[in-house]
Design a protein around this ligand. Structure first.
Ligand code: PLP
Length: 349
């Protein structure tokens, strides 16, 4: 049987009855319309279908009132995030990130001798934009994840506007809106149209349930996009065509975002309320994950739960006694609550 550590790291397949609330995926998967569109396109998938890919970028742009040359699509927003980190940081252009936050830019910086300034979240779990603006006078990139992974907490639009007005001149602000659809936070895509030094990332991996299909989008002024285009040739530009068809179908369904936002919020808020009633602090999440204070080393609790086939997320070094919990289905979360109660009571499996 696979070891829990292999399942946590994604190197082994989980057992068939596993509850997987470890990677912030969407248990609902692609919408019915998205599945239908992907399957319908299968016979044509011997072609690159570049016009279809262009259509996806144009549709995204028009839905957000952006000129078409302000949007590019990528096979996952993570590919764009790596490119943005490489393009805008260097050993003399540091990266500024919140702590805890999504670690991908930090990891890329580590591979390229880029100095990183980690700025703890404020007590209300928003990004400390004042400290982030002041962290490095020669900063190349300031990363703002909104809502934040792993806390699910939001940073106000006025704070992001303040950061854009007060950041070092050299710095670009990257707002990662991977989880924005789950929240009430306003997008800052309109600041892209206003020509600000801002890049906005979006993904189909979260609310749209397409993590394994790999589609993401990046929006920025064309002169900023040029920096990441320089890291990509025509040969590296194609997306999986069935995934593009599914993404288009998802954008064309006006009910999808509100329906799934409500399902996620209901299950998330019920579970956070239960955990708080049981005496455990949770971050005030507006996303599809939250941090849970388990009052002891998080990995110990995670291993206890894994022996019950409930796989939760990990701890961040700054908060070793907290675990990230992704929001699963109602029945998955009832298994989560049972496994958590048993693990905390010290019951052996
Ligand atoms: N940004 C954030 C904040 C994420 O949490 C993730 C995935 O977990 C990504 C980007 C990358 O997602 P993808 O490459 O699937 O679009």
């Amino acid at each position: 049987a696979a070891m829990p550590t292999e399942i946590f790291s994604g190197t082994a397949m989980p057992p068939a009855d596993a509850v997987l609330i470890n990677f912030n995926e969407n248990p609902l998967g692609p919408s019915a319309a998205a599945r239908k569109a992907a399957i319908a396109l299968l016979p044509q998938s011997g072609r690159y279908l570049f016009p279809q890919q262009l259509h996806l970028a144009e549709l995204f742009a028009s839905q957000h009132h952006l000129p078409a040359d302000h949007v590019e699509v990528y096979p996952g927003s993570g590919v764009a995030l790596d490119a943005l980190t490489l393009a805008f940081t260097s050993p003399s252009a540091p990266l500024v990130v919140a702590d805890p936050s999504y670690e991908q830019p930090f990891q890329m910086a580590g591979k390229h001798q880029v100095p990183v300034h980690k700025v703890p979240l404020r007590p209300d779990f928003s990004h400390d934009v004042k400290a982030m603006a002041a962290a490095a006078p020669n900063a190349g990139l300031i990363y703002v994840c909104n809502p934040n992974n792993p806390t699910g907490t939001v940073t106000s639009r006025s704070d992001i506007e303040w950061l854009l007005a007060n950041k070092p001149k050299s710095a670009i602000v990257l707002v990662d809106e991977a989880y924005i659809h789950f929240s009430d936070a306003p997008s800052v895509l309109d600041l892209v149209a206003q020509g600000k030094d801002v890049v906005v990332l979006r993904t189909f991996s979260k609310l749209y349930g397409m993590a394994g299909m790999r589609v993401g989008a990046v929006a920025a002024r064309p002169d900023l996009l040029a920096h990441i285009q320089a890291l990509r040739t025509g040969g590296g530009a194609a997306l999986p065509v069935m995934s593009v068809a599914a993404a288009i179908a998802s954008l064309n369904d006006p009910r999808l975002v509100p329906t799934r936002k409500k399902i996620n919020a209901t299950i998330r808020d019920e579970n956070i309320a239960w955990l708080r009633k049981e005496g455990y602090a949770c971050t005030p999440s507006q996303g599809n994950c939250f941090m849970l204070d388990v009052k002891r080393p998080g990995h110990e609790v995670a291993m206890q739960m894994a022996s019950r086939h409930v796989f939760v997320g990990r701890s961040w070094p700054i908060w070793p006694n907290q675990l990230r919990i992704s929001v699963g289905t109602a029945s998955e979360m009832s298994r989560f609550r049972k496994a958590f109660s048993e693990a905390m009571a010290g019951k052996l499996t």
